[in-house]
Design a protein around this ligand. Structure first.
Ligand SMILES: [Ca+2]
Length: 309
C-alpha cells in the first residue's frame, strides 16, 4: 500500500482539482446566466414603488414575455413630481437644460428595467439593424444599437399588436423622472462623478479607447427604482420632438414636447460619451431617420384601467 501512497495522493489531488474546476465552472456559468437574464432575480425596487403598486393593485415588477424565449422586465414607475432640467451651476450643463422647472407625472407606468437588448429586438422584429455596422454589440445580451427613432416606434407598435398592451417610448419628462428616481443631482446617485463608473458604461471605463460597442445590459448598478444603464451604454429614444427652448413654456403636468420638429430627443448618453453627456438632465437629439451606433431604446408600457390613473 505504501508504494501506492504517492499515486493515491495524486489521484486525490486530481479529484479535488476537478471538483474545484466544477465549482468554478458553476460560478462562471451562474454569473453568465445572471448576465443573460439580468434582472429577473435581481430587481431591487424602492419603498415608494411597492407602496404605489399596493395602492394601484398592480405588480411592482413584471416579466413581459416576447416569444422566442425573450422577456422584458418592467418596473413600476410611481406618480410624483420632480424638478426637470438642471440648475445653472451644474458642471457640464447646456443652456437647453434650463430653466429647471417643476413637472408632475400623474399617471403611473411601467418602464423596461434595461435597454432593449439584441435578443429582445430579434424576438420581436426578426431583424438585426446593427449587423455589418460600426460598433455592433458583442452578444445577444448587449443593448441593441443602430436603431432609428422610426425603428424604435415600430418595435413598440409591433409589441403592442402582439401583446395587446400599450407599449411606447417614454416621454422626455417620464424618462428624466425615472432616470433621477428621486435624485436632484447630476446623476441618479448624486453629483460625485467618481461614482459614475459603478453605474454606467461611458468614455471613462469602456474596455479600450477604440471600443465603443454597447455592453451587455445590467452589469452595472441600477438606480433606486431598479433601472439599469440610465447613464451611458446606449442613448435612449424618447417620444418627443426636440425643441431647445421647450422648457421655457413647458406645461407642468405630463409635458409631451412640441407638436412637430426635425429631431427627436434621445437621453442618457452612450458608451463613447464623456461623463457630462450622461447626466440626468442632458438632452440629446437626432433626426428620427438616423440610427447610429449610439442609439437604442427602453420601452414604456401603459397601465390600463383604474391602476393607470
Ligand atoms: Ca442608456
Amino acid at each position: 500500500m505504501p508504494r501506492y501512497g504517492g499515486l493515491v495522493w495524486v489521484a486525490t489531488a486530481l479529484v479535488a482539482l476537478a471538483a474545484a474546476a466544477g465549482v468554478l465552472a458553476y460560478w462562471v456559468n451562474r454569473s453568465r446566466a445572471t448576465a443573460n437574464e439580468p434582472v429577473r432575480q435581481a430587481v431591487s425596487v424602492s419603498a415608494e414603488q411597492i407602496r404605489a403598486a399596493r395602492d394601484l393593485g398592480c405588480d411592482v415588477v413584471q416579466v413581459m414575455a416576447l416569444g422566442k424565449g425573450a422577456n422584458i422586465t418592467l418596473v413600476l414607475i410611481p406618480t410624483g413630481g420632480f424638478t426637470m432640467g438642471s440648475p445653472a451651476s451644474e458642471v457640464g450643463r447646456f443652456e437647453r437644460e434650463g430653466p429647471a422647472h417643476a413637472v408632475s407625472v400623474s399617471r403611473a407606468f411601467y418602464l423596461g428595467a434595461t435597454e432593449v437588448t439584441q435578443a429582445q429586438w430579434k424576438a420581436v422584429m426578426s431583424t438585426t439593424p446593427w449587423r455589418a455596422q460600426l460598433h455592433p454589440g458583442r452578444a445577444d445580451d448587449a443593448a441593441a444599437n443602430h436603431i432609428s427613432w422610426y425603428d424604435a416606434v415600430d418595435f413598440c407598435r409591433t409589441l403592442t399588436a402582439k401583446l395587446g398592451r400599450k407599449v411606447r417610448l417614454p416621454t422626455e419628462a417620464e424618462w428624466e423622472y425615472a432616470c433621477r428616481a428621486g435624485s436632484s443631482g447630476a446623476f441618479c446617485f448624486g453629483d460625485d462623478v467618481q461614482e459614475l463608473s459603478q453605474y454606467a458604461w461611458f468614455s471613462g471605463n469602456r474596455p479600450a479607447l477604440a471600443d465603443r460597442r454597447p455592453q451587455a445590459v445590467a452589469l452595472k448598478e441600477p438606480n433606486r427604482w431598479g433601472l439599469y444603464d440610465v447613464h451611458g451604454n446606449v442613448r435612449e429614444w424618447c417620444q418627443d420632438w426636440y425643441d431647445e427652448s421647450f422648457y421655457q413654456r413647458s406645461p407642468a403636468e405630463g409635458p409631451v414636447g412640441p407638436v412637430s420638429g426635425t429631431e427627436k430627443v434621445e437621453r442618457g448618453g452612450w458608451s463613447g460619451d464623456e461623463a457630462e453627456h450622461c447626466r440626468c438632465a442632458m438632452r440629446g437629439y437626432l433626426r428620427p431617420e438616423y440610427g447610429f451606433y449610439a442609439s437604442g431604446l427602453r420601452v414604456a408600457v401603459e397601465i390600463e384601467g383604474k391602476a393607470g390613473r
